[in-house]
Design a protein. Structure first.
Length: 280
């Protein structure tokens, strides 16, 4: 039996029943698709302890019971946010943006790109900059739709403000053209210019739920280093969903460690972790 602890401090690892980890794994996977491996147990226990404290709930066991019994509770968002990984960078895997630039230059408008796990915004802003560099009149019928399951990451992305260290991967010419350097209290920061920010719309979306954007077809989808956190059945289901919202000939950009060819017949590999929608 789990012993009660003070609500003024998170439970210690010794106070958390081993079954609580397994229960948390099941709740997280059911809600978000994320598969939490056994090697993440220590991290998970720390997170669960902090969330229990934040909710003024005495034990992790009671906290998990609360989630289980209240599927519509706002705490679910904080629970999922705590387990998401927001590792990203501007122009990460630069060859993807070169390919995107050549691809959209040959497409008819409207042109829309979906950043399906946008994290704190570096990816969708990189996409928007590439679109501006590759297209004439990029403010006309050109847009980026950016989504993530982590609501806090979406807030950071929407602001478009980053430390100078975070924008180092941006080529110097593009940095001068598309970013404003902060002064005074904003010294050491840079903000994405409005002309780029205005191209991007943000929305909290869970890829394993039914709340996908339903009224848009995309020329390209970026979903990089996300599917590796799902089991194979969920991976296949998400890929089939992508195939339904891509325009004919549309591209899917995957992560460097993701091989999708054995999961679906809806896409064919073009090379360099870029996939093309298979003609119907």
């Amino acid at each position: 039996m789990t012993s009660a602890v003070s609500i003024f401090a998170p439970p210690s690892l010794a106070d958390i029943d081993p079954q609580d980890f397994l229960r948390a794994v099941n709740l997280l996977q059911k809600r978000s698709g994320i598969v939490l491996g056994a090697h993440k147990r220590d991290m998970a226990e720390r997170v669960l302890g902090m969330r229990a404290k934040a909710m003024d709930i005495a034990t992790v066991n009671e906290y998990l019971q609360y989630l289980d019994r209240n599927p519509g509770a706002a705490e679910w968002q904080a629970f999922v946010n705590a387990f998401t990984i927001n590792h990203t960078a501007f122009f990460r895997e630069a060859h993807h943006f070169d390919i995107l630039g050549r691809f959209v230059a040959a497409r008819q408008r409207p042109i829309t790109v979906w950043s399906a796990a946008c994290s704190t915004g570096e990816e969708p802003y990189s996409i928007a900059i590439q679109l501006r560099e590759s297209l004439t009149n990029p403010d006309q019928q050109v847009s980026v739709h950016a989504t993530d399951i982590d609501s806090h990451a979406i807030e950071v992305a929407h602001a478009g403000i980053y430390t100078l260290d975070r924008v180092k991967p941006v080529p110097a010419e593009l940095l001068r053209q598309y970013f404003q350097r902060g002064t005074g209290l904003r010294a050491g920061m840079a903000r994405v210019k409005a002309e780029v920010r205005n191209m991007v719309s943000y929305q909290t979306v869970n890829l394993v739920s039914s709340d996908w954007p339903s009224d848009t077809k995309y020329d390209a989808i970026f979903c990089r280093n996300v599917l590796i956190y799902f089991d194979k059945a969920t991976q296949a289901r998400v890929l089939e969903g992508f195939s339904r919202v891509l325009k004919p000939g549309g591209l899917l950009f995957a992560g460097h460690s993701e091989n999708l060819t054995y999961l679906t017949d809806s896409f064919r590999l073009l090379g360099q972790t870029v996939y093309e929608l298979t003609p119907q």
